[in-house]
Unconditional design. Structure first.
Lengths: 295, 298
């Protein structure tokens, strides 16, 4: 409301002084331009996804026989086959298992460390922080083979734990980074007051401090979930049968008799669903979270 | 905020240190170990000293030539990606609606590509860009442009770049949006009173406020595009020929395809060092920006 009034005044002032160009840049057409850019961008984002959903509802004959913008005969066969075939849906369970283990591990390890980084100086703190960050930047391709050897040697190969631990490599540094940002925003007087009030450190941390940075924990968990869910190179290298992630199961459709496009599309759509649900829950924190709590 | 010196803080950091060291240092030592040895199979290894590194860094050798080709390819890819995604991301962030239910809708739709598993991203575009059953390929072909991403190197590059823009521009946009949100309304009102043009508002208010998040965006986008593997691997498999064989695809081919462990390990280490060096530059710049800001605020 204030916005429109302000622009309105600007209009009149500009009309008087004759700076029509500046007025134009500030008011009227800009609003339309914004909407156009946004709409175009969202259409660009949604088109490939629409095409995937479209394909997942078609039969293979319809897919290969010609281009149709919507399914002529809607079929849910592809989805039904995924939900009834154990080798398919166990892929989802495997993926979700290691993603959840990884998120819990990353957050619980990162919390105390982030507190230390945000509150204290200590021997080698800057170097340690940088070293942690470099692990976020290390290419997974470098680690694929050594991880394979390592987890085979300790008997974790083909378990969700192997993947969860491997993903800690890049998720823990990220979680420390995000949480440190949020924690630095909490004044340290709160720590001191709690200490004077007789809170022990663990009690203070759980009862007082963690609720204060709850949104930060949520954001960090969201990021851990996201990067563990989307990563495949390590997840595929470290599993064969028992813990195989859904995204790796998808490649099966290629080797079957010809290409089973409908199944591939349906499986793809189903891998988008958990992400979409998670985004919906954290939508109000997304913007702040993407800035890692540092705006 | 002034921090107190307390070396006991190490106890709080110790668990993270232990688990990351387990996941990072142990495997890295395996890589170092492989990089100085040669193998003829049967788990028999022979000392090879710095032989692999010499071969890798010498462009006239087969391995070296291959390495530098993949390196330039990857750097070119990262440069193109940054040149497109950063300005586009800023533009999208500036176009975000101010309030109302559309904000949440835009945020959710924008974040969606970020949460799709990377090989599914590859699959989506593989299907979407096909000439026979994909919307994009079909439309482009029917516009009279001969387009085939599996056969033509340029088409393959274009497809991968469009795919990456589709996949990651939202990250830049969301970061910039977070930066923009932190600007108080008073700044804009002051600009209006001064009769500042749209461009002046952007140059003097919005861009400086976005500097920090932009730095994070550039850092993340550079690193992730520099180590991109899954999406192009699914889409083109590094082809046609070697046209889209980026460093990490080449590395996995060497290590898991040909089982040339020594060469792959040497490549891994050099690859890691490059990333480490660039990461260090970014980190230094970032801490300096932080220090500047703290000095201004103090």
């Amino acid at each position: 409301m204030t916005d429109t009034i302000a622009i309105g005044t600007a209009d009149r002032k500009d009309a008087k002084t004759g700076t029509v160009a500046a007025n134009r840049a500030l008011a009227g057409p800009r609003v339309n331009g914004k909407a156009v850019v946004m709409t175009l961008y969202l259409v660009f984002l949604m088109l490939p996804i629409y095409w995937l959903v479209n394909m997942s509802l078609k039969t293979n004959t319809e897919i290969t026989s010609g281009l149709t913008l919507w399914p002529r005969q809607i079929t849910f066969d592809n989805y039904i086959r995924i939900f009834t075939d154990q080798s398919w849906y166990s892929g989802y369970i495997n993926s979700l298992t290691y993603v959840v283990i990884n998120t819990v591990l990353s957050i619980s390890f990162a919390l105390p460390a982030a507190y230390a980084f945000s509150r204290y100086r200590f021997l080698g703190d800057k170097h340690l922080f940088f070293w942690l960050l470099t692990n976020r930047m290390a290419p997974p391709a470098v680690f694929a083979l050594p991880f394979f050897n390592l987890y085979s040697a300790i008997g974790l190969f083909d378990t969700p734990w192997a993947v969860a631990l491997a993903h800690c490599l890049f998720n823990i540094p990220l979680a420390v980074w995000i949480l440190e940002g949020f924690m630095s925003g909490v004044p340290r007087e709160i720590d001191e007051t709690a200490a004077i009030d007789g809170y022990s450190f663990p009690r203070f941390f759980v009862k007082i401090f963690m609720p204060l940075i709850a949104s930060g924990i949520g954001v960090a968990a969201f990021f851990c979930f996201m990067f563990s869910w989307v990563e495949l190179l390590l997840a595929r290298t470290l599993t064969t049968v028992n813990a195989k992630p859904i995204a790796a199961t998808m490649t099966r459709t290629i080797s079957a008799s010809g290409m089973d496009w409908g199944m591939l599309a349906a499986a793809g759509v189903l891998t988008i669903v958990p992400g979409a649900l998670v985004i919906w829950f954290v939508r109000n924190y997304i913007a702040k979270g993407f800035a890692l709590g540092r705006v | 905020m002034t921090k107190t010196l307390n070396n006991k803080a190490w106890f709080l950091v110790l668990p993270v240190f232990a688990i990351v060291a387990f996941s990072a240092v142990l495997p890295l030592m395996t890589v170092v170990n492989y990089s100085v040895q040669d193998t003829f199979g049967n788990n028999q290894f022979f000392w090879n000293g710095i032989g692999w590194f010499q071969e890798l860094l010498d462009p006239s050798k087969e391995l070296g030539g291959r390495f530098f080709e993949a390196l330039w390819r990857t750097l070119l890819f990262s440069a193109i990606i940054l040149a497109i995604e950063i300005p586009l991301g800023i533009l999208v962030a500036l176009s975000m609606p101010r309030e109302g239910w559309t904000v949440a809708l835009c945020l959710v739709l924008m974040a969606l590509p970020l949460l799709i598993p990377w090989n599914v991203v590859g699959t989506i575009w593989q299907v979407f860009a096909r000439g026979d059953i994909g919307l994009l390929g079909w439309v482009v072909n029917h516009l009279g442009i001969d387009y085939n991403y599996t056969g033509d190197a340029l088409d393959a590059w274009a497809t991968i770049i469009v795919m990456d823009v589709w996949h990651w521009t939202s990250l830049v946009a969301l970061l910039c949006y977070a930066g923009l949100k932190s600007i108080p309304d008073a700044y804009y009102q002051a600009a209006r009173i001064d009769g500042a043009s749209r461009w002046a508002v952007f140059r003097t208010i919005q861009l400086p406020k976005m500097r920090r998040v932009l730095l994070i965006a550039v850092l993340l986008r550079f690193m992730d595009s520099f180590m991109i593997y899954t999406e192009p691997f699914v889409l083109t498999g590094g082809g046609p020929g070697n046209a889209t064989t980026f460093l990490s695809i080449d590395l996995v081919k060497l290590a898991l395809g040909q089982f040339d462990l020594g060469k792959a390990a040497a490549l891994s280490l050099v690859y890691n060092l490059i990333i480490l060096a660039i990461c260090w530059v970014f980190y230094t710049v970032m801490t300096n920006v932080d220090a500047d800001r703290e000095r201004v605020e103090a």
